[in-house]
Design a protein around this ligand. Structure first.
Ligand SMILES: Cc1cc2nc3c(=O)[nH]c(=O)nc-3n(C[C@H](O)[C@H](O)[C@H](O)COP(=O)(O)O)c2cc1C
Length: 174
């Protein structure tokens, strides 16, 4: 089994918590965890199988150049990475009760950032499993990645992660 690179941000909240759960579920020695803030293009290039973790904090935060936005800083590095042969799976933290019209939008925004590089993004999830009104992460009946709601449904996180990893393993050899 190849090692999976798990890159996540921000560092201290639920995104980070879920990154650690994913690493545990992949099994010891099967992944490397790194805050996206500390990652370089060379770190990303070490892996063919990559998991990106992100949270949705609203369009204004996303579009701003705040230097407290870990991901914003890394987007400038995307063009320096050789993405050939890489598979990227995205998980996104959100809150379906307080933000039902923008649930886990950032999964979609991050996928959009990868588009110019023709990166293969894998790990869609059936939207039927979630309650929400709308999301920019939606592609037909699926989310472009794995939505997690630690604010309201923390008890579902482990099963959601396990199902997702099982599919990634079966369909994409993660
Ligand atoms: C200012 C702010 C805006 C948010 N906007 C959204 C949103 O548009 N959609 C969504 O699903 N969740 C939204 N959330 C919920 C967060 O994504 C959620 O709490 C997530 O777990 C935060 O992850 P973190 O603790 O790693 O930062 C927002 C939270 C905050 C504080």
């Amino acid at each position: 089994m190849q090692k999976t690179g798990i890159f996540y941000g921000p560092e201290k909240g639920s995104v980070s918590k879920v990154a650690k759960i994913i690493a545990t579920e992949l099994g010891e020695g099967n992944s490397e965890l790194m805050p996206i803030k500390e990652a370089s293009p060379a770190e990303i290039e070490k892996f063919e199988h990559i998991i990106f973790g992100i949270s949705t904090l609203g369009r204004t935060n996303w579009d701003s150049d705040h230097d407290d936005n870990d991901w914003d800083q890394f987007f400038t590095q995307f063009s320096k990475i050789n993405w050939e042969g890489k598979k990227v799976a995205i998980y996104g933290l959100g809150d379906h009760i307080n933000y039902p019209d923008h649930f886990v939008d950032a999964i979609g925004w991050l996928k959009e950032k990868l588009k110019p590089y023709n990166v293969e993004v894998v790990g869609k999830c059936d939207a039927e499993e979630y309650q929400f009104n709308d999301s920019e992460a939606l592609e037909g009946l699926f989310f472009a990645g794995l939505p997690i709601d630690e604010d309201n449904e923390a008890e579902k996180t482990l099963a959601r992660v396990r199902n997702w990893l099982k599919k990634l393993s079966q369909e994409h050899t993660f």
